[in-house]
Each structure stands twice: as C-alpha cells, then as structure tokens.
Write a protein that binds this ligand. Structure first.
Ligand code: HEM
Length: 394
C-alpha cells in the first residue's frame, strides 16, 4: 500500500490509481512512521468538522523539522491554518471580516485587466504556467494587500520556498532557502505595514488596513499580522496557479468537455468546481488526533498524525457518480478541495473568481490551443499542478 515517505515511480504524474487502491482496500492506511492516510469522503468530512478531536496545531512536528524558533517554525506555527482556538478563532475572525464582498469586488476589474494583458503578451509557443497561470494570483493577492507593483517580483519565489518546506522530506538546501524566504518576506512586510499604519486606506476595501486595525475585540500582534499576511500570499498563490493550469490541461485532454464550455460559457462555474474535484490543487491535509479513535475497524491512537487525502476523497465512488469522469456539467459537486468546517478555505470566493475569469477568457481568446511537448508535473505530494505546460496557441 501507499507509503508517503517512499513513493512509487510515476506517483507525481498519476497518483490516482494509488488513490483508487486506498479507497478500495485500505481507506485507513497505516504508515511505517505511525501516521495514517485516510481517503474516504465521509471520513474526511467528519474529521474536518470536528476540531475538538482533530487538531491543526503542528508545533511538535515542526520543531524537529524546522528547528525550534527558526524562521520557518515561527511562520508555520503562527499562521492560522496550523492553529486551533483561541489563536485560530481570533485571526480567522479578523481575516474573514477584512475580505469583505466590497474588497473582493474591487479586485475584479484588475483581475480581468491582468488576464487580458497576459493573454495579449503570450507568444504563439507559450507555457501556460510561466506565461499565464502563475502570474495571475501573485498580481491579484498583490492587489488585495495593495503591494506596490515594483515590489512583487520576489513574492513567487518566497511563496514556493515557504510552502515547499511543508513536503514530508526536505533537503538541507530546501530548509535553508525556506528560512531565508521567511526572513526576507518578514522584513519586507514590516516596512509595508509601517507605511500603511502611517497612511491607512479605507478599511471597507483595503484588506491590509483592516488587518492592521483589527476589530472591536482586539488587534493582532505584530508577529501574528506579518506571519498571517505571508500566509494569505502563500495560500492563494500556488493553489490558484494550479487550479488554472490543471483546468486548461484537463480541458485540453477532454475535447468534448472543452467544446461544451466553448458553446456555453455559463458552464464555467461548474467546470471550475469539476477541476477542483478531479485535480484538487491541494491533495493532502493534515490533522492530529487528541484521543484514540476508530475508523472502519482500524484503531488510531491519540497523538497520531493523519494525512487527509483530499485527492482520493474527491473521487470516492460512495460520494460521486462516475468519479473518474471529468464532466463540466456535473451538478451537486460536494468536493473537499477547500476542506470543510472551521478551517474551510478563507479565499475560496477569490479562488473561484480567478479560476472562472482566467479559464473563460483564455478559452475565448485561444479556443483551439493545443499542448505541445511533454508537460512537467509539479513534483509535490501536497500540491497538484504542473511546473510546465507548453502550449501552441491558435
Ligand atoms: C484553488 C485555490 C485554493 C485551494 C484549492 C485552497 C485550499 C485550501 C484548503 C484545503 C484549506 C484548508 C487547510 C486545512 O485546514 O488543512 C485552505 C485554507 C486556507 N486558505 Fe485556501 N485554497 C485556495 C485559495 C486560497 C486563496 C486565494 C486564499 C487567500 C486569499 C486562501 C486562503 C486560505 C486561508 C487563509 C486558509 C486558512 C483557513 C483556516 O485555517 O481557518 N486560499 N485553503
């Protein structure tokens, strides 16, 4: 059965036969290090919603991995995703209040402009990831926090280095680059926050101003503010790049579905949901058990690390008809790509908006695009996407 520390050949390119085997034969799959992979939709849904039995805090895992109080340790243990109440509740309340419908609506014209400018600039032989998908989220989250245009170049590399450090196995180089990225990102944001504190924007539409000001129940500390701004930038970057890249790869590989979308652009919303289900940008989540639990007859002790395989749960035949079929008209698509419960993705509205606008405008401009040459898998277990997607545009 699947061992995450010792992956079979070809796993990154096509993990789905391995997920099918998990679902059929080992839906609660013990790992040699004492952790477990869970893959059933119903089990993940229940775990995500029960924050008393399953914790997000990972200080005990991150201390030996990153070094106690190291830059990566400080970042990942302060960001809301790896915290439980009370810190999680406080940061999430302030963050969701800052992402007002008005703040998100303000981003839409800039998003359309960014997408169209990228489409205009793409050469006939282009790379969907390098020349299109990866530039969109960085600009949109840059706009969200009003980061000056001239400062945006290093954001992508910082983000990749910090999230890359969450992979199960790290090289010393990856660790050093990850620590360096947190240090540089922090220094940059300290300057930005000082400037915005001195020159606040409108808290109804300016997310950073709202995050700095907090709410009636209090403010975030400087470290909480900086580390969670880094988290917003990271959380919305690689995931959304992968959503757009995976969508255009899937539509290429399924010409009939692409044709349906070309004929009826109102299908773009269910098509994006279907991409999120079939090729979830975030393939694995994690939780730790507080007490012993039993799933499907398998006993899991307290303190066990659970790998929640979203990529498998989204193809569970007990949750979806014809789960391996990519169907842009699928209705009632209750996928777990954004997780569920109290930690459900804060940025899901923004991610969906980016996905729909990028895919619809790309297809309208280049309806007969074709992939040329080999595509390169992203090479991550947690994140599913392509490093390169060479394309011929017509
Ligand atoms: C397709 C794109 C995206 C996917 C697939 C995705 C997926 C997820 C998932 C699965 C989680 C739950 C993590 C867990 O609890 O284990 C999550 C949390 C989160 N996401 Fe996203 N995300 C996406 C885009 C975004 C964007 C654009 C933003 C920022 C604007 C964002 C901000 C967050 C934040 C702040 C959390 C932490 C929520 C919490 O712990 O309460 N995400 N996301």
């Amino acid at each position: 059965m699947l061992d995450l520390a010792n992956l079979p050949d070809g796993f990154h390119e096509n993990p789905f036969p391995h997920y099918d085997a998990l679902l059929a034969d080992a839906p609660v799959c013990p790992q040699p290090d004492g952790s477990f992979i869970l893959s059933k939709h119903a089990d993940l849904n229940a775990i995500y919603r029960d924050t008393t039995t399953y914790l997000s805090d990972k200080k005990d895992v991150f201390a030996p991995k990153f070094g106690l109080n190291s830059p990566l340790f400080e970042h990942h243990t302060t960001s809301l995703v790896f915290n439980d109440p009370p810190l999680h509740t406080r940061v999430r309340r302030i963050m969701t209040a800052a992402l007002t419908p008005k703040a998100l609506a303000r981003l839409e014209p800039g998003l359309i402009r960014t997408v169209d400018e990228l489409l205009d600039a793409m050469p006939q032989d282009a790379d969907i990831i390098e020349d299109f998908a990866s530039s969109i989220p960085i600009q949109i989250i840059g706009n969200l926090l009003d980061i000056p245009m001239a400062d945006r170049t290093p954001l992508r590399d910082w983000s990749l280095a910090i999230l890359g450090a969450l992979e199960p196995v790290l090289t010393p180089e990856q660790l050093t680059t990850g620590h360096g990225a947190v240090r540089e990102f922090k220094t940059y944001l300290q300057g930005l926050v000082a400037h915005r504190t001195a020159h606040p924007g409108d808290p109804e539409t300016d997310v950073l101003t709202r995050l700095i000001q907090g709410d009636t129940e209090g403010k975030l500390s400087e470290i909480e503010l900086i580390q969670n701004c880094i988290f917003i930038l990271n959380a919305g970057h690689e995931t959304t790049t992968n959503l757009i890249g995976n969508a255009l790869a899937l539509l290429h590989d399924h010409p009939q579905e692409r044709e349906k979308l070309a004929q009826d652009q109102s299908l773009v919303a269910p098509a994006v949901e279907e991409v999120l289900r079939v090729a979830s940008p975030n393939q694995f989540g994690n939780r730790e058990t507080v007490k012993p639990v039993t799933f499907r007859g398998v006993q899991i002790p307290a303190g066990a690390n659970l790998h929640l395989c979203i990529g498998a749960a989204n193809r569970d035949p007990e949750a979806f008809d014809n789960p391996d079929k990519f169907d842009v008209t699928r209705s009632s698509n209750r996928h777990l790509a954004f997780a569920a419960g109290p930690h459900v993705c804060v940025g899901l509205t923004l991610a969906r908006m980016e996905g729909k606008i990028a895919v619809a405008r790309f297809l309208k401009r280049y309806p007969a695009y074709s992939l040329r040459g080999a595509r390169t898998a992203g090479g991550r277990i947690r994140f599913r996407g392509y490093a390169n997607l060479p394309v011929h545009l017509t």
